[in-house]
Design a protein around this ligand. Structure first.
Ligand SMILES: [Zn+2]
Length: 253
């Protein structure tokens, strides 16, 4: 059983659920062997350990055994230490198509980042680039993506530096069409509950719901700590645990 340094953690109780709360851990990036092939078939709804009928998730059935092993280990350890972040975890957001909806969501995410930052907001989304942003841009370094970035940097008000600052944030939140790990059938997200301190000896709980601003708190939960340390032993990892600790990509052993 893969364990955690429990003696370093505080214990919170919210709504009768018990949570360990750790100091913020060191995070890591992992860009090796990211899934990038879109399957032609073999997708099925995952129904084993950690599945949630309310959020049916399609995955390539070739990884069901590995997902089940990961989710069983999480649930078993969660029961052993009595931690609700681990016991409440479930699989969602498995396969999703790399279609029109992906491009629309990409534009929406860019706009949300722009709206959240005074400097970007002043510069605005270059209107002539909306259609292009919805198209297939591919992964980082793809000529289509580089051309798009250059056009953006050359738009009125923008520069290479401000474009880069914007997309450094966007790239951690959402991928454009043409490179979507979730379209490979080898990737899913975990949702789980976390406890947090709302004041002196007041604890609350909230679902993580893949909200970027909850990643820091998620990392300090028992499940966040455990994924950061141990998920790779089950052949799953995030590309960057400081951005999305919940995002699990199957990495071929
Ligand atoms: Zn994800």
């Amino acid at each position: 059983m893969y364990e955690l340094p429990l003696k370093d953690a505080k214990i919170l109780t919210a709504n009768g659920h018990r949570y360990y709360l750790f100091e913020p851990p060191h995070t890591h990036e992992n860009y090796a062997n990211r899934p990038n092939v879109y399957p032609k078939g073999g997708l099925n709804i995952y129904k084993a350990a950690g599945s949630n009928p309310k959020f049916p998730s399609k995955l390539l059935s070739t990884i069901f055994t590995e997902v089940n092993a990961l989710m069983t280990a999480i649930s078993d350890y969660g029961k052993k230490i009595d931690d609700w972040s681990m016991q409440s975890a479930f699989v969602q957001n498995g396969w999703r198509p790399d279609d029109e909806s992906q491009g629309i969501a990409y534009v929406k995410n860019i706009k949300a980042v722009i709206d959240g930052n005074a400097m970007f907001k002043k510069l605005g989304f270059p209107p002539n680039l909306e259609d292009e942003a919805k198209g297939e841009l591919g992964r980082r370094g793809d000529p289509r993506r580089e051309a798009f970035r250059d056009q953006w940097a050359n738009s009125p008000g923008w520069s290479q530096a401000s474009m880069k600052a914007l997309f450094d944030i966007v790239d951690k939140v959402y991928a454009p069409r043409g490179f979507n790990p979730h379209a490979t059938g080898l990737v899913f997200d975990l949702d789980f509950m976390i406890g947090y301190e709302a004041g002196p000896s007041v604890a609350h709980e909230t679902p993580v719901e893949m909200k970027p601003n909850r990643n820091g708190a998620a990392l300090q939960s028992a499940l966040g700590m455990w994924l950061n340390l141990h998920a790779m032993k089950f052949h799953f990892d995030s590309y960057d645990t400081s951005a999305e600790i919940w995002h699990m990509e199957y990495r071929k052993p």
